[in-house]
Design a protein around this ligand. Structure first.
Ligand code: NAP
Length: 273
């Protein structure tokens, strides 16, 4: 039986994708923190499962990748959709800026930690909600946004890091058949998980009026995940393929980010040894 793992699968677009894969006969593992939402999904049947995990922690991501790899030696679909908005800069228990930890580092750890299981599937695909080329440059001198933090900007910055994660991933695993799809879905009416200051909360209320339903967002991205897809890296903006121009999809930048992330994780491991 084909298997899909979906982080952020307890709500929003992730939850709708989880239901779509369930209806296609997949075993679907959704990952989130909310037991109530997780149990509600798992009630859909034997193939629907919930794994409780706080993905803002390094050890939790490593444990999750290990747990899944042991039970599912071949993984067909990995969706990376967990996010949480914070109006102020907050550090995780590991000492990382919270968006960097959840929106980027978790996706780095899970992409690489599950690459072995993915490579053993017939036509594996990773879907990562990145910026799809729509965000500004990487702040190389301030990657965890110590200066001038802004909640929405921090999510955009993480989107850019995820674009580069995709570029690096397909290069690193060039000898496998794993495809990587980066998606910016546009404004979608979801739970918009997070905490908001009054100004941003008012903006979110307006987005709830103009945003598209999750069903539309899922219909726009599913065709790019089909097993018939050939491209190793695809970027999609609201259902349209984005051209991978060298400027915004630079392999040198992607490798630089890979190395920087590796250094940060090595420092973390030394700190916590
Ligand atoms: N909605 C939009 O307009 C929009 C626009 C652009 C990009 N996107 C991207 O699309 C993806 C899905 O967004 P969405 O709006 O559909 O999501 P959402 O409704 O805001 O839900 C967020 C998900 O993240 C999970 N989550 C939050 N903190 C977590 C943590 N510490 N550990 C584990 N899971 C955690 C939540 O699970 P629990 O509640 O179970 O913790 C929930 O399932 C995200 O990457 C988002 O950035 C969305």
């Amino acid at each position: 039986m084909a298997t899909a793992v979906i982080t952020g699968g307890t709500d929003g677009i992730g939850r709708a994708l989880a239901e779509a894969y369930l209806s296609r006969g997949f075993e679907v593992l959704v990952v989130g923190r909310d037991e109530r939402k997780g149990r509600a999904f798992a009630a859909a049947g034997e193939r629907a499962r919930f794994i409780s995990a706080d993905l803002s922690g390094v050890a939790e991501n490593r444990r999750l990748a290990e747990h899944i790899s042991q039970r599912h030696p071949a993984l067909d679909v990995l969706v990376l959709g967990a996010r949480y908005h914070r109006p102020n800069r907050v550090l995780t228990a590991d000492g990382f800026e919270s968006n960097f930890a959840l929106f980027y580092l978790s996706r780095f750890l899970l992409s690489h930690g599950l690459a072995g299981a993915l490579s053993r599937a017939g036509n594996p695909v990773v879907l990562n909600f990145g910026g799809a080329g729509q965000t500004g440059p990487v702040r190389w001198d301030d990657i965890q946004l110590e200066r001038g933090y802004h909640g929405v900007g921090a999510m955009g910055h993480a989107g850019r890091l995820n674009d580069l994660l995709g570029v690096d991933f397909v290069d690193t695993y060039a000898d496998t058949g794993i495809r990587y799809v980066l998606n910016h879905p546009g404004v979608v009416v979801t739970s918009f998980a997070g905490e908001y200051d009054p100004v941003t909360a008012a903006q979110i209320d307006r987005l709830r009026v103009v945003g598209k339903p999750v069903a539309t967002a899922v219909a726009e991205i599913l065709p790019f995940l089909e097993p018939t897809g050939q491209d190793r890296l695809t970027a999609v903006l609201e259902g349209r393929r984005v051209s991978l121009e060298p400027g915004s999809w630079d392999l040198g930048e992607a490798r630089r980010l890979h190395d920087l992330t590796g250094d940060l994780l090595a420092q973390f491991d030394r700190r916590t040894a």
